[in-house]
Design a protein around this ligand. Structure first.
Ligand SMILES: Nc1nc2c(ncn2[C@@H]2O[C@H](COP(=O)(O)OP(=O)(O)O)[C@@H](O)[C@H]2O)c(=O)[nH]1
Ligand SMILES: [Mg+2]
Length: 268
């Protein structure tokens, strides 16, 4: 039996999170189980109650707000603790299509990729304002230049991970994860693929992004990430990777249980 864990980083999303969880496909064929994990980042509204009502299997709550980078780091660690073979993160604000999760993880299941991003710019975007589009294009272009490869949508809130990618991913700041995570995984040699998705701007609540604060946190973090020495992983072919997941399971579990504490110490 294999396991997909879908995780949602959430901060005050009582009006949205239930709709997202209700649309997560729970049937993936006979060999798969699907579980839903919510990382509640110090919400002060009914986010947790709504998530549980909609069928979330696991909820991790931070006592106070720590930031989206910290929440995604915790989501990846949670997937490993729960024994996920594949992890998928999706924003809790109902902008991304939970029904399209199978498409987004398909390249991982087929052994073509370790890390996937649901791409709004390869798919459809409804309602994104011009300044947000421009911001997205600029940050995506920056990542494409730094990694010397084509990227369509570097800020997607819907991403899939192989178990190995989740084990090795490092998010070096608490404020956000979007760019530094891709730079980190691709530079380690993980294969990234973008999958077109349909996107619809949120109808409840507000984006947390404030332009100056975002720039002030994200640009220095990209700089720091690019200056870090990165150890390249050994490329495995898909068959070896599947066999390796099983053989390495006890070690991976140990890594998963020590990783959060270690990462906590380093990025706090
Ligand atoms: N962990 C955490 N998540 C947040 C925070 N603010 C927003 N989020 C979540 O991050 C996701 C994306 O946030 P959003 O504000 O929509 O960003 P945008 O889509 O880039 O405009 C949503 O699931 C939010 O609930 C925060 O302070 N901490
Ligand atoms: Mg959003």
């Amino acid at each position: 039996m294999k396991k997909l864990v879908v995780f949602l980083p959430a901060h005050n999303e009582e009006g949205n999170i239930g709709h997202v969880i209700a649309r997560i496909p729970r049937e993936m064929g006979r060999d798969w189980t699907v579980e839903v994990l919510v990382v509640d980042d110090g919400s002060t509204d009914r986010t947790v109650e709504e998530a549980r009502r909609a069928g979330a299997n696991h909820v991790t709550s931070f006592p106070a707000n720590r930031g989206l980078g910290a929440a995604v780091r915790e989501g990846l660690a949670g997937c490993l603790r729960l024994g996920a073979d594949v992890g998928l993160m999706i924003d809790a604000d109902n902008e991304y299509p939970a029904a399209e999760i199978p498409n987004v993880i398909a390249p991982i299941l087929e052994g073509r990729a370790d890390y996937t991003m649901g791409s709004r710019f390869k798919g459809t975007i409804r309602g994104m304002r011009l300044h947000r589009r421009l911001g997205n294009v600029c940050f995506t272009l920056l990542q494409a230049i730094l990694l010397r490869r084509v990227i369509w949508d570097g800020q997607s809130g819907m991403r899939g991970f192989s178990r190995e990618a989740m084990t090795r991913a490092e998010i070096i700041h608490d404020y956000n994860y979007a760019q530094v995570l891709t730079l980190n995984l691709v530079r380690q040699g993980f294969v990234m693929e973008e999958v077109p998705i349909t996107y619809q701007v949120r109808v409840h609540g507000q984006s947390f992004i404030k332009f100056r604060k975002y720039l002030g946190h994200v640009l220095p973090a990209i700089w720091r990430e690019m200056r870090r020495p990165i150890a390249k992983r050994e490329r495995q072919n898909a068959a070896e990777a599947v066999a390796g997941t099983r053989a390495a399971e006890p070690a991976l579990r140990r890594a998963a249980s020590t990783a959060p504490a270690e990462k906590e110490r380093r990025y706090g």
